[in-house]
Design a protein around this ligand. Structure first.
Ligand code: G
Ligand code: G
Ligand code: MN
Ligand code: NA
Length: 254
C-alpha cells in the first residue's frame, strides 16, 4: 500500500530515470538498438528494481501513466541522440505492459510521439512479453497490427518462458523474438538449453523473424549464438544498462 502511494508520487517527484542497454548486430558488432529500462530512485529505499514495482504499477493501474512517461522519455532521448549523432537509424526498444497496449488511445499516443519528435516509426521497437500477449490475443493482434502498419517494430520478450501456442506465432504481426536469458545462460554447459536456443533461432528464421538474445554474459555464449545465426546480442558481456551520459561515452556509440 505504501509502495502504491510512493509510486503515485514518483512520477511528479521525478524519481524515475531510464537506463539504456545496447543491442549489437551479432555478425558485424554494430550498435543496432538500445533497450530502455526503467529505474526508480526511491527517496528512502534507494534504487528499487522494476521487478518489484512494475507488477505493483500494473495492479494499481498506475502503469498507464508510468508507461506513457517511459515511452515519451525514450522517444525524446532518441531525438536527442539523432541531433547529436546525425544517425537516424538507431532504434530504441521500449517494454510495454499489456494494459498499455490495451488502453484507449495507445496508438494515438504513439502516433503523436513519433510526429512530435520527427522519429521514423522503424526506430521504435516495442517489447511485450509472451505471457502478456496471450492474455487477450485477439485484441492484441489487432493493436499490434495497427502499430506494425505504421512501421513500428515489435518484439516478443522473454520468448520461451510463457505458454503461447506456436500457432500464434503465425498470426502475431511481429518482427522479432527475444530469446529468454534462462536459455542463453546454460548454453555452454547444458545440451538441452543449447538445443532450445538453436531450435528457437531456426523457428524464428523460418517464420521470417529476427532473434535477439538477451543476457549474453560469456564469450562462449556469444560464439554459440553467432554460430546459430542469432541476429542481435544483448547482455553484460557486451554492455550493461547505463544512463544516457555514460552511453554517449561508450566505444560503440556512434
Ligand atoms: O532492468 P531489469 O532487468 O531489472 O528489468 C526487469 C524487468 O522489468 C524486465 O523484464 C523488463 O522487461 C521490465 N521493465 C523494465 N523497464 C520497463 C518498463 O519501462 N516498462 C515495463 N512494462 N517493464 C519494464
Ligand atoms: O526482460 P527484459 O529483456 O526486458 O529484461 C532486461 C533485463 O535484463 C534488464 O533488467 C537488465 O538489467 C537485465 N540484463 C541485461 N543483460 C543481462 C545479463 O547479461 N545478465 C543478466 N542476468 N541480466 C541482464
Ligand atoms: Mn525487454
Ligand atoms: Na526479457
Amino acid at each position: 500500500v505504501q509502495l502504491v502511494a510512493d509510486l503515485r508520487h514518483a512520477l511528479v517527484a521525478e524519481q524515475f530515470v531510464l537506463h539504456y542497454q545496447p543491442q549489437f548486430d551479432a555478425a558485424t558488432g554494430r550498435l543496432d538498438a538500445v533497450e530502455a529500462l526503467l529505474r526508480w530512485r526511491h527517496p528512502a529505499q534507494g534504487w528499487v528494481a522494476p521487478g518489484r514495482f512494475i507488477p505493483v504499477a500494473e495492479q494499481s493501474g498506475l502503469i498507464g501513466d508510468i508507461g506513457a512517461w517511459v515511452l515519451g522519455q525514450a522517444c525524446r532521448q532518441w531525438r536527442q541522440w539523432y541531433e547529436q549523432t546525425g544517425r537516424p537509424d538507431l532504434r530504441v526498444a521500449v517494454n510495454l505492459s499489456a494494459a498499455q497496449l490495451a488502453s484507449d488511445g495507445f496508438i494515438e499516443q504513439v502516433d503523436h510521439l513519433l510526429r512530435w519528435h520527427g522519429m521514423p516509426p522503424e526506430c521504435l521497437e516495442l517489447e511485450i512479453t509472451e505471457s502478456m500477449l496471450m492474455e487477450d490475443v485477439e485484441q492484441n493482434v489487432e493493436r499490434l497490427g495497427a502499430l506494425r502498419e505504421r512501421g513500428v517494430k515489435l518484439a516478443i520478450d522473454d520468448f520461451g518462458t510463457g505458454y503461447s501456442s506456436l500457432s500464434y506465432l503465425r498470426v502475431l504481426p511481429i518482427d522479432a523474438l527475444k530469446l529468454d536469458r534462462s536459455f542463453v545462460h546454460g548454453v555452454e554447459t547444458d545440451a538441452g538449453n543449447a538445443a532450445i536456443c538453436k531450435s528457437i533461432i531456426a523457428l524464428a528464421h523460418n517464420l521470417g523473424l529476427h532473434v535477439v538474445a538477451e543476457g549474453v554474459e560469456t564469450e562462449a555464449q556469444r560464439a554459440f549464438l553467432l554460430s546459430q545465426g542469432c541476429d542481435r546480442l544483448q547482455g553484460y558481456l557486451l554492455a550493461r544498462p547505463m544512463p544516457p551520459a555514460e552511453l554517449r561515452q561508450h566505444a560503440a556509440f556512434p
